[in-house]
Write a protein that binds this ligand. Structure first.
Ligand SMILES: Nc1ncnc2c1ncn2[C@@H]1O[C@H](COP(=O)(O)OP(=O)(O)OP(=O)(O)O)[C@@H](O)[C@H]1O
Length: 634
């Protein structure tokens, strides 16, 4: 941000000008050439001279000294108004956007109420009660103008709180204040700074207007507005007097606007996707891979995505924690593979690593993510962002939550279509409706006009799928896309995903804890346990002859296998915490086959059949029966 800002000379000049004004105001008491309040009736309306660089006013007071002292009142007023504006607006926007529901409605109601108040009347009433008080007047200005920033921050928060990493932070149990301060506030700083500088300009104008009318800071205390007012009374005798305060105020307002524009431009520049050519150049020119991967890697010839040795760390209480470790898998063009495992095994984190969307502090500490023959781990975050959405897209498990509640869904689809393909409004709209129709929404035109809360879960998921398809991705990561839906809708969405995948020749990585979903959709499956892939092979191979006791346990726990009303069996024990992964086999504590050899050293993947691999020393001995014997019922 700072780098982009300094490349704009006008903005730097504006900042320097405001800095100069603040310094002059702050140092008025010892740097001003004269006492700003001292009158000299022998030297009135003198005009600029060597003694008085900016001349004297109708009472013979030095204009330069008065400008410097007047800056104290004027700029303090601006600071007070902007501080109030930010404090109320940012707090209200963050609370409303993050909490949602009733809190959001209550805050929005207050915001609407303040907007409906007649500002000038309120200001006059306050001044009538408190007298010509600059502090009270400018705090009131801040209160009256906070709704604009509250709305901006609320909308930005609503958009950000649906980001995967924010949801992940919630799931991980981080307190709300930490999520708001650590993950949301930094993302809304850009719009906040833009609004703050615009508000500062407006506050200065209001302050000048109020002091022009003599409503704050009565004479002899100088203010810039007051000086303009005094100058206007003697305009026929000495018109020069209008120029110093007029120029100072005008340029200060312009400077605030220039700074706001520059901040907005820098923000947009950071968000703007690169053009095709630039994108390709950016990808290749990006910094080299951060990790060390010395083993020569051979990848399947038809691979669209190949992950090898992927290890992701997140900050933990005693240093970085390996959330996933040594994960490897391949996805061919147009192929659907599944990542399956219990909650907390690292499936979503694997998907996020492929998307370059790790939570705050997370990083790929080793391994490669090769997409279309390019290792994405060497990409800058900007280059990765360009791949995301256009070549690799995501459908998440919260259909309604993944849509921006502030805009009708059609507009959200259009925004993405415009971003990926450009075109006139008519073309963009037609393409968006086509996309909505392609996900089998019954009346795309009417759905496009609705807000997310007006859609059922199934419809919202169809809209999210349409949005994911807007960039014609080659790979779709579907993270538990049907978990939040009821059973009949689940089946419809899975059929839709399968048909879209077939029609578009798109590859899909399906993340699910539900074996039936994986079996229905995928050719090959990777079973994840405690941050590692523990078995891989075709769905048929693993279903018929699992070669890892954990896979056997998952298969035995499928709901369809128990008698109606019988309690669901579960694998005894639970997934260990990432901060304390056990040495050796991580499943050993829950495994009927484990012996001391399993916990002596880390276990690698063994070939366990044609195209089948298992991370179990006893893979040849695994059968369904012994695991059944140890299952408990929930
Ligand atoms: N933002 C985060 N901060 C800290 N830990 C996280 C975060 N997100 C996930 N984790 C931890 O990483 C591990 C893997 O989580 P992940 O979400 O990938 O599991 P999963 O197999 O997809 O499970 P689920 O189906 O519940 O999402 C878990 O132990 C989880 O607690």
């Amino acid at each position: 941000m700072i780098h982009g800002f300094v490349r704009r000379p006008l903005a730097v000049f504006a900042l320097a000008y405001l800095g100069f004004l603040s310094f002059a105001a702050a140092s008025a008491s010892w740097l001003a050439p004269y006492d700003a309040l001292k009158t000299d009736m022998n030297n009135v309306l003198s005009g600029p001279s060597r003694e008085h660089l900016l001349g004297t006013d109708a009472l013979g007071r030095d204009v330069l000294s008065r400008l410097m002292l007047g800056g104290q009142v004027s700029l303090t007023g601006v600071v007070l108004a902007v501080a109030t504006f930010l404090l109320l607006g940012v707090t209200a926007g963050l609370i409303a956007g993050f909490a949602g529901g009733w809190t959001d409605r209550a805050v929005s109601w207050v915001v609407d109420l303040v907007i409906a108040l007649p500002g000038m009347v309120v200001l006059l009433v306050v001044l009538a009660i408190y007298g010509a008080n600059n502090t009270v007047a400018m705090i009131t200005v801040g209160i009256l103008s906070f709704p604009s920033i509250a709305r901006v921050v609320r909308a930005a928060t609503l958009a950000v709180r649906n980001e995967l990493y924010v949801s992940a932070a919630r799931v991980a149990g981080l307190p709300s204040w930490r999520i708001v301060l650590g993950q949301i506030l930094p993302r809304v700083t850009g719009p906040v700074l833009v609004q703050a500088s615009l508000a500062a300009g407006a506050a200065l104008l209001t302050q000048a207007g109020l002091s022009f009318l003599g409503l704050i800071a009565q004479p002899p205390t100088p203010t810039w507005g007051g000086m303009i007012s005094e100058a206007s009374q003697v305009i026929a005798r000495q018109s020069w007097l209008l120029i110093p305060p007029g120029v100072v105020v005008g340029c200060a307002i312009l400077a605030f606007a220039l700074i706001g524009d520059a901040i907005r431009d820098v923000g947009e520049e950071r968000e703007r996707p690169l053009s095709g050519g630039a994108r390709r150049r950016g990808m290749r020119a990006s910094t080299p891979s951060r990790h060390v991967y010395t083993t020569p890697v051979s990848l399947p010839a038809d691979s669209l995505l190949s992950v090898r040795g992927l290890t992701v760390t997140l900050p933990g209480t005693a240093g970085p924690v390996r959330i996933i470790e040594d994960v490897a898998f391949d996805v061919g063009s147009g192929e659907t593979i599944g990542l399956v495992g219990e909650s907390g095994c690292g499936k979503s984190m694997t998907g996020r690593a492929v998307l370059g969307l790790l939570p705050e502090g997370g990083q790929i500490s080793s391994g490669i993510v090769v997409f279309d023959r390019i290792d994405l781990t060497g990409y800058s975050s900007r280059a990765w962002r360009d791949v995301r959405g256009s070549r690799i897209a995501l459908v998440s498990q919260e259909p309604v939550g993944s849509l921006d509640p502030v805009f009708p869904v059609g507009r959200q689809v259009e925004e993405l279509v415009r971003r990926h393909h450009g075109g006139t409004s008519r073309v963009v709209r037609a393409r968006s409706l086509e996309l909505l129709a392609s996900v089998r929404l019954p009346d795309p035109t009417s759905v496009a006009r609705r807000y997310p809360h007006e859609l059922s879960g199934g419809m919202a998921q169809r809209v999210s799928i349409a949005m994911a398809l807007s960039g014609d991705p080659d790979l779709l990561i579907a993270d538990e896309p049907t978990t939040a839906l009821d059973v009949t809708v689940q089946a419809e969405i899975l059929d839709l995903l399968r048909d879209l995948q077939r029609d578009r020749g798109m590859a899909v990585v399906l993340v699910s804890h539900d074996w039936e979903v994986i079996a229905r959709m995928c050719e090959r499956v990777y079973v994840m346990y405690a941050g590692q892939v523990v078995e891989s092979g075709t769905v048929a191979q693993l279903t018929d002859a699992p070669r890892h006791p954990y896979t056997a346990g998952l298969l035995a726990c499928r709901p369809g296998r128990t008698a109606p009303r019988a309690p669901l069996p579960t694998i005894p024990g639970s997934v260990p915490d990432p901060e304390s992964w056990p040495t050796g086999c991580r499943f050993a504590a829950r495994c009927p086959l484990s012996g001391p050899e399993c916990t002596a050293r880390s276990i690698e993947m063994f070939p366990a059949g044609p195209g089948q691999r298992s991370r179990c020393l006893h893979h040849a001995a695994v059968s369904k029966e012994p695991v059944y014997g140890r299952l408990e019922t929930a």
